[in-house]
Design a binder for this molecule. Structure first.
Ligand SMILES: [Zn+2]
Length: 139
């Protein structure tokens, strides 16, 4: 009888432990995976217009977003526009910002969605640049 209730307690603790593990450790990682890799639903068209000047885009670059400490791939017409967005992120003046919606990230200008952005990694960068034919900052 006593050993049975000990077993039950151990079982309950195991279940609670598993639930806590799933919640804390798997949740955020799944969340990130959705935007980690380029996928067919990605709005590549939004990368053909510069979010700053509304011109055609020529440059694709990674911009660091300090609030989440993540880098996002963004396309603009010139390096001044990259600098402008980066400065706004740094100052947190909200002129340019990152919005997370339905597991996707968007670059916004004064609250309006301008471009879908994706986490900065080699695969994503390669995919976007090859589809757009844009240059990178180092070219
Ligand atoms: Zn520009």
């Amino acid at each position: 009888m006593e050993s049975n209730s000990v077993n039950s307690i151990v079982l309950i603790l195991l279940i609670i432990g598993t639930l806590i593990f799933l919640k804390c450790c798997n949740g955020p990682i799944d969340d990130i995976n959705e935007v980690e890799y380029y996928n067919p639903h990605f709005d590549i068209k939004s990368h053909t217009i510069c979010p700053v000047m509304e011109n055609d885009t020529n440059i694709t670059a990674c911009i660091h977003y300090p609030r989440l400490n993540l880098g996002f791939i963004c396309s603009v017409c010139c390096d001044h526009c990259i600098a402008k967005i980066q400065k706004s992120f740094k100052n947190e003046d909200k002129e340019y910002d990152i919005l997370k919606k339905d597991n996707k990230y968007y670059l916004t200008k004064k609250g309006d969605i301008k471009q879908e952005v994706i986490l900065c990694n080699y695969e994503n960068f390669k995919n976007i640049v090859s589809q757009l034919g844009t240059k990178t900052l180092n070219d």
